[in-house]
Design a protein around this ligand. Structure first.
Ligand code: HAM
Length: 449
């Protein structure tokens, strides 16, 4: 094929055969968020560039190297969102949502864009499920958000995912800690990688986050933030840990978690796995008590997290986990000829209005090919409509799993007749039903019936 364009590097197509995996994850995240009282928010794909510079931080990799920024015809520049928090805070303020009572608990499922080196689990366009909570400074809120993320992960069945938590304190604790870090790294300054040399003055905490083996070795004995927390921040962190234990959420203390975005205060966390290559975060977040004010709102404590949906799906695949099966066709109508096609159209409308999943031939295939198609789409029942059926206004309804045939009216009692057989089938245990269909699908594909 001579295609005129190819998929951009670092992006993915979700084909119809794979979409059910996304539906499974999206349904679980939505249901869980709603059970915790979170409501959906939808925000634009692009925002004014300044929003991200101000919130994510001008010394971060995301802002310095990874933003997709475009100029519009006016003087403003816009950037494709590299994450969902900044846009959510902007939208919350612009729509006066904080005046509607606190706490406000919001969730989103969105695409995000970062110009990173594309590799497995690291894309340039990826998708996040995120939750943001506004208006609670209590450690109860930190524990609640972490518990929500933890619930999603366990409901999806993910294994080998470790929750790492840390506190990076408030700006006062951090100022002291930064000085301590600089004093520690100063004698090693010349051995640091170029990126870390730059970070040394501007953002020394990121020195702990460096991917270079040499720098990691140097950072091994660096002072830890938790030794520099002020009384309030330390007490807050103690309570978060206590509440997580009460909720049965296990965690590991990891003072090296500093996060790559500037807005965080106090609690930060990452859910890490090694099942999709080198250690990767499937979910990450934390508290950001200064961000609402930074973006022009009243001082409002807030916190949240985001989960990388591609990474979640990759982990589920690598662990061989089940995704929910898609709905399959209840009835396939196989018409023979023009008049039968018109009848099929009429029957399909009646049954779809009643909620059934109905298909019929749209390409003018012969009977054998239609039966093969019905088998392929895993239709539960098939009706063949020929001249006799049209004349009698009656047809045979074939159960594709058992081969059993039942007479069915094509007139007024169509829905009653079909419903009786359909619900009898559903009454069978789910597993029994599935194994019937699977057994039939195996047979069916070999003999073409
Ligand atoms: P983040 O750590 O930058 O935080 O991203 C959150 C999650 O998005 C990561 O843990 C990962 O699963 C996924 N992710 C990030 N970059 C990529 C990528 N290039 N390809 C695939 N997946 C990726 C945030 O975005 C914060 N807004 C989270 C937050 C919400 N904090 C508070 N509220």
């Amino acid at each position: 094929m001579d295609l005129i364009a190819k998929r951009p590097n670092g992006t993915m197509d979700v084909t119809p055969n794979e979409a059910y995996k996304w539906h499974t994850v999206e349904n679980v995240v939505k249901e869980t968020a709603e059970q915790f009282g979170f409501k959906e928010i939808r925000i634009p794909t692009f925002e004014e560039t300044g929003l991200f510079v101000r919130s994510v931080g001008d010394t971060t990799d995301v802002v310095q190297k990874e933003m997709y920024t475009v100029s519009s015809t006016g003087d403003k520049t816009y950037t494709l969102r590299p994450e969902g928090t900044a846009g959510t805070v902007r939208a919350v303020l612009e729509n006066g949502i904080l005046n509607e009572g606190l706490p406000q608990k919001l969730f989103y499922i969105l695409s995000a864009f970062r110009h990173e080196k594309a590799q497995k689990g690291r894309l340039r366009e990826f998708h996040q499920f995120g939750c943001e909570m506004f208006g609670s400074a209590s450690p109860l809120a930190d524990a609640e958000a972490i518990a929500l993320a933890n619930s999603v992960i366990s409901r999806l069945g993910l294994k080998n995912v470790e929750l790492n938590i840390n506190s990076i304190g408030c700006p006062e604790c951090r100022a002291k800690y930064r000085e301590a870090l600089k004093a520690y790294f100063k004698p090693h300054f010349n051995e640091l990688c170029d990126t870390c040399k730059e970070r040394f003055e501007k953002n020394p905490m990121r020195l702990l986050d460096c991917k270079s083996k040499e720098d990691q070795e140097i950072a091994k004995n660096a002072p830890v933030i938790t030794d520099y927390l002020c009384e309030d921040c330390a007490a807050h962190f103690e309570d978060v840990k206590k509440y997580l234990s009460i909720m049965g959420v296990s965690y590991k203390l990891n003072p090296k978690i500093v996060r790559g975005l500037d807005y965080y205060t106090r609690t930060v966390f990452e859910f890490l796995t090694t099942d999709i290559g080198s250690q990767a975060a499937v979910c990450a977040g934390g508290r950001y008590d200064g961000l609402v004010e930074e973006l022009g709102g009243k001082p409002t404590p807030a916190l949240g997290f985001a989960m990388g949906l591609e990474r979640i799906i990759l982990t589920m695949e690598s662990q061989g986990l089940d995704f929910a099966e898609e709905k399959t066709c209840d009835l396939y109508i196989a018409p023979m000829g023009v008049a039968a096609s018109e009848k099929a159209m009429e029957l399909a409308s009646v049954m779809r209005d009643e909620g059934f999943f109905v298909e019929y031939d749209l390409v003018g295939r012969g009977l054998k090919a239609q039966m093969k198609y019905a088998d392929k789409i895993k239709a539960k029942f098939v009706i063949v409509l020929g001249d006799n059926e049209l004349a009698d206004n009656k047809a045979k309804l074939k159960n594709m799993a058992t081969g059993e045939q039942t007479d069915i009216s094509l007139g007024d009692s169509l829905l009653d007749d079909f419903g009786a057989v359909y619900y009898a089938l559903l009454m069978d245990s789910d597993d029994q039903f599935r194994s019937f269909v699977e057994a039939f699908a195996d047979d069916g594909s070999s003999d073409g019936q």
